[in-house]
Each structure stands twice: as structure tokens, then as C-alpha cells.
Design a protein around this ligand. Structure first.
Ligand code: UTP
Length: 515
């Protein structure tokens, strides 16, 4: 088996083995940058620890870190002033909804998307560098088993959707001989080893390992509120992944953009690991964006109430933007579009994007203008006065993050596509038992969708006595290998009945289950 390609940001030349680091110079540089405390315990360290620390300090661009901190803490959000005047709803010509579109139109978009996939022009980018602190699992979120009858993890569900979509696109007239949808999986320091090992152990879920490329996002130091870089121990700076917006620099720095160009990829779909309903490389969305000639696209769901705490895609200072709920005045949040009776600011962001490769290549030209956001956290760190490692009870520092949608203001031709929430969005954010965006709701939403698949295909469902339904969902699981989004079932189930609990792994299994 060919090993999955693995890319990481290249080591800078000056860090190559054997090149001595001038400690004195480094001390001066860090002192000049106001970060001299990072070497406070240098003399207490053994040789190996000293080397470890120096390697880290050498690689870090401390002046850039200071600039980022300065910018993040001093540039007030434009939203702090005169909020309503700066916001405007999405222009009509940039927005379409699958809920309003005709069947023919949806079919047209789907065909365009499938055609692009069938020419090997579409790839996917998975954002899987998050640490999933709210969920509380030690493994990467993608390995999480949401307790489906099959015990499939989120990674496996996504892999099987890719496999199925490859098969569907292969049937398009004029398809290339071997339709492939390359999968670019972004990990971070904390998630990388376990993610790569998990894919290997599971034989890449049946996908070709040569079409899965792991790449690693960057990190930034954690900082105190007065701008000092924090330490994890006497020999190690405390760092955290630089947010899902780190994807752009990582795509470039690790050579993924070149890999995409070599493969002649033109369109990308980027998505979050934690959405169990995600339609990976959704041909309808790809087709919609291609038809719109968009350079960047965003899938959204309708906000279910004015006060739902979700970011919305709209215009801010005439540029496309995601505006957080906390940044919107109440009357703006409640404003209604008289034309359709919907919320004017109702395009809930689900972090599922379309890009042209050209656009991804352009990000470098405006990267310096992108914002960093402050995430206030409890960060286990070294007390510089005492040399003890402290586990704080209160928030004691900040992580600096970029968000993947921060590029929206720089798009030239943005397209926003509304999809149905119950069909496409159910994120796994919180710990079991919390009742919202948790493993139980993920499981429920998949099972309920599969019931709808059967019913829409003309089948009837009987809930068997031994079906221990939970959360009101009959236990019916249909493998993505059988159906990507409900297609291909009618010929088997129309006019027929099936009884739950039922787990369907193949069309033959479905055939033998109907009566
Ligand atoms: P979230 O912001 O929900 O973070 O990530 P999270 O790590 O999953 O969970 P919490 O906040 O720690 O509880 C949304 C998506 O962005 C990815 C995540 O993996 C998820 O797919 N992400 C987040 C990254 O890829 N890198 C990051 O640095 C942060």
C-alpha cells in the first residue's frame, strides 16, 4: 500500500541540525522584544532541555507574534461603533436557497457539480486541527463514535461519502477513467499523530491512501493579557493551534497548493470535522458555485430564531463577512426582509466553503490584513516568579486564532447557498448528555435523516418491538456506501416496508430487508 502523503511546514534553513544557535544574540533579541523572560530558567536546564528551548526560540518569529498580539488587542472591531449602519443584508444576486429552488434547478446544479467531479477537478479540505475541548474526548474529534449501530466514526462516515460520490461521478458521461476526490486533511500538533494513526489502522476506510494528504496547521504562542508569551515548562513555550483560519498559510507553507495544481484541481470544498451530516464535496453546492462563477462560496442554514447564537453571513462595511451574534444589535437581529418574511440577517454560518484554487493562491496577497481573534482561556503554564507550573481556575491568558471565514471580505465573487439544516448540519461540539450539539443529537439527526430517505423513496417504516429507539429516532442506519444523499433507494423500497432496528451496509442487505 502506498503511504498517505504527509506534508508539514518546511523547517527553516537556519534550524538545520548542526548549526549552532548564538545564545547571547537570542537573549538580546528576545529582551528587545519584551519577551526576555522566556530564557529566565535557561541556566537551570540540562543540555537537552536547553537545546529544546533554543530550537523553539530560534524558529519563532517573536517580532511577528508581538505584532499579531498588538493588532488583536488594540484594533477595535469596527462593530463597536455604530453597528447597524455598517451592516447590510446579503445582496440578492449573491444568494440562493435550496429551500426555494425548483427540482430542475437543483438537478442542474447537481449535474454541473458531478461533471466537475467526474473530470477530477474537485478536492476537499477537512479542518481537523481543533482540540475539541468542549467535547472532552482525548482522541481527535473525527475518531469519535457517535454510537450509531455501525459504530462508525465521523472520519469513516466522511470517507464513505467521498467513496460513494466518486462512484456516482464515475457514471457521468465522459468521466475520466478513475474518478478521484483528493482529501486534504488538516491536523494540528495535538491532533496529528492520532489522526494519521487512525487512518492507517482503518486502512484509509477503503480510499486510496495516495489521495489522502495530511498537512499540519501552524501554532502561535499563548499570551498573558499584558502581552507576555507563556511557558508550558521551563524549557517549552506554551503554544496552541492558530485557529482554523491557519488553513491558508498551511496550505501554502506545506506545499498543498502545489499538490493541488499538479493534480489539476480547480475547485475545493472545505468543511469542519464535527458535522455528522456534512455532504462532503456536495455536487449541488459545487455546481451552484461553478454556475455562479464564484471565487468563494459559503453554505448557510436559516437561523431558527433572531437570538440564536450563531454567526451570520452578511455585508459589513460593504464587504462579505461573518458577523457574530454578540456583535449584532437586537433590532438588527430581529429585522425582517419584507419580500420573503425571513430574517434579514438570517444566513447562519456553518463553516462549509467553496473556493477556486485561484482564490486560495491569492490569499497570500492580503494575508497581512487578516484579523486575529482572541480566545480567552485557562492555560496551564509556568509561573515565571516561582518556576512552578500552575493549573489555573480562572481565565489567565489568551490564544490567538484566525477564523477560516476571515477571507470573505477579500472575495470578488461570493456566492451564499442556503441548505436545509436538518439535512446538512448537526455539529458535535459538546460533551455527552448536554442535550445540544452533542453525541446524542448527532446520532439522532443521522438516524432521522435515514428514516426520511426511506420515506422520500416511497418506503414505509415499521418500528419493531426490539427497537430501543432513543431521542425519538427509529434505529435505522444506511451506510453512505449505499446512498450519499438519499439517491438510489426508490427502486428497492418504493411501495415496500422495512422494520427497525435495521442497519444497512449494502444494497443487497436492503433488498433482503424489504417486504
Ligand atoms: P471549533 O471552533 O468548534 O473548535 O472548530 P474545536 O476544537 O472543534 O472545539 P472546542 O472549541 O475546542 O470545543 C471548528 C472546526 O475548526 C477546526 C476544528 O477541528 C473543527 O473542524 N479547527 C479549529 C481547526 O482545524 N484548527 C483550529 O485551530 C481550530
Amino acid at each position: 500500500m502506498i503511504a498517505a502523503t504527509s506534508l508539514s511546514i518546511q523547517t527553516p534553513k537556519h534550524q538545520e541540525a548542526g548549526v549552532p544557535v548564538n545564545v547571547q544574540q537570542l537573549k538580546q533579541r528576545y529582551q528587545a522584544a519584551g519577551q526576555g523572560h522566556l530564557l529566565a530558567f535557561y541556566d537551570d536546564l540540562n543540555e537537552e532541555e536547553q537545546k529544546k528551548l533554543l530550537d523553539q526560540l530560534e524558529t519563532l518569529n517573536v517580532e511577528r507574534v508581538n505584532r499579531i498580539h498588538q493588532k488583536a488587542t488594540t484594533c477595535p472591531s469596527p462593530m463597536l461603533n455604530n453597528q447597524a449602519a455598517l451592516l447590510a443584508p446579503l445582496p440578492e444576486e449573491c444568494f440562493d436557497s435550496i429551500l426555494e429552488a425548483s427540482k430542475d434547478k437543483i438537478q442542474e446544479w447537481q449535474t454541473i457539480g458531478l461533471n466537475q467531479i467526474s473530470q477530477n477537478k474537485v478536492a476537499v479540505i477537512l479542518l481537523a486541527g481543533g482540540q475539541g475541548t468542549r467535547l472532552g474526548s482525548s482522541a481527535p474529534k473525527g475518531c469519535y463514535d457517535i454510537n450509531l449501530p455501525s459504530s462508525k466514526s465521523l472520519f469513516q462516515i466522511q470517507a464513505e461519502r467521498i467513496l460513494k460520490l466518486q462512484q456516482l461521478a464515475q457514471q457521468q458521461p465522459g468521466a475520466v477513467e478513475n474518478v478521484t476526490i483528493p482529501w486534504y486533511v488538516m491536523t494540528s500538533g495535538p491532533t496529528r499523530p492520532a489522526t494519521v494513526a487512525y487512518f492507517q489502522e482503518n486502512n484509509y476506510f477503503g480510499l486510496s491512501s495516495s489521495n489522502i494528504v495530511f498537512f499540519e496547521q501552524g501554532t502561535l504562542p499563548c499570551m498573558t493579557f499584558d502581552g507576555k508569551i507563556m511557558m508550558e515548562s521551563k524549557s517549552k513555550i506554551a503554544v496552541a493551534p492558530d485557529g482554523n483560519g491557519g488553513v491558508y498559510a498551511a496550505l501554502r507553507g506545506t506545499g498543498v497548493l502545489s499538490n493541488m495544481a499538479e493534480r489539476k484541481i480547480e475547485y475545493l470544498n472545505a468543511y469542519c470535522v464535527d458535522n455528522c451530516l456534512v455532504r462532503v464535496a456536495d455536487p449541488v453546492f459545487v455546481g451552484y458555485c461553478v454556475q455562479k462563477n464564484a471565487d468563494c462560496g459559503a453554505k448557510v442554514v436559516r437561523k431558527n430564531a433572531p437570538d440564536e447564537p450563531v454567526g451570520v453571513v452578511c455585508l459589513r462595511n460593504s464587504a462579505f463577512s461573518v458577523v457574530e451574534y454578540s456583535e449584532i444589535d437586537e433590532d438588527v437581529a430581529h429585522a425582517i426582509n419584507p419580500k420573503n418574511g425571513q430574517l434579514s440577517f438570517g444566513a447562519g454560518n456553518i463553516v462549509n466553503h467553496f473556493y477556486t484554487l485561484d482564490f486560495l493562491n491569492k490569499v497570500e496577497s492580503f494575508e497581512g490584513d487578516l484579523e486575529y481573534h482572541i480566545a480567552r482561556k485557562k492555560i496551564k503554564s509556568l509561573d515565571i516568579q516561582t518556576g512552578d507550573v500552575i493549573t489555573p481556575k480562572q481565565v489567565n491568558g489568551m490564544k490567538l486564532e484566525m477564523f477560516v471565514f476571515d477571507v470573505f471580505p477579500f472575495t470578488e465573487r461570493m456566492a451564499v447557498f442556503e441548505v436545509e439544516r436538518r439535512e446538512e448540519f448537526s455539529p458535535l461540539k459538546n460533551a455527552p448528555g448536554t442535550g445540544q450539539d452533542c453525541p446524542e443529537t448527532s446520532r439522532r439527526d443521522i438516524l432521522q435523516q435515514h428514516v426520511r430517505f426511506i420515506e422520500a423513496a416511497g418506503g414505509k417504516i415499521i418500528i419493531g418491538e426490539d427497537d430501543e429507539q432513543s431521542e425519538g429516532a427509529p434505529t435505522l442506519e444506511i451506510s453512505p456506501l449505499v446512498s450519499y444523499s438519499g439517491e438510489g433507494l426508490a427502486e428497492i423500497v418504493a411501495g415496500k416496508t422495512i422494520k427497525t432496528p435495521l442497519q444497512v451496509s449494502s444494497l443487497d442487505e436492503l433488498k433482503s430487508a424489504v417486504f
